[in-house]
Design a protein around this ligand. Sequence first.
Ligand code: FES
Ligand code: FES
Length: 187
Amino acid sequence: MAREFEIQVNGKASRVHAEPDTPLLYILRNDLQLNGPKYGCGLAQCGACAVLANGKPVRACMVPLEAVGKTEITTLEGLGSPQNPNPVQAAFVKHNAAQCGYCINGMIIAVTGLLNTNPNPSDDDIKQALRHHLCRCGTHMEILAAAREAADMMAGASPLSSPLGEKVAEGRMRGSPSGVENRDFHD
Ligand code: FES
Ligand code: FES
């Protein structure tokens, strides 16, 4: 039976009236008009719906409303704005790391979550964090470059200074439109 819930989203309390097992993703999109998180698979397999729960990425399609409690939920909208993006959002814009953009919410949330717990990730750490986020368009190399630059920016290092950054540049020089040779985050 539907009832009232109070949840904390993007730094403020929101009251919603819904069935307890309603996926958090539906609440965010339909009740709170936060459309950064996307519906992709609904099965925790694509990552398009990711949000931060107390700073850690979770898949909102699999979180029932009744399980949210006092957890602080942060969506893409809560990270920054077009006028004041967070470093990860700014790096994704700089690297044009989107074609259709459907996966990008999950990618940015995953990278932000990684940097919350590991401010100096290796290239392998970045690939691991993005491993289960799907991108059908094939912007993997731009996404990796943006993630690398965001990590470097937050660490105060110069961008594209890592082996991963060099690999991106090398891919571009070979004439591949996006430097992509396989559609995955594997080596
Ligand atoms: S929609 Fe949630 S993981 Fe695909
Ligand atoms: S940019 Fe289209 S799915 Fe990734």
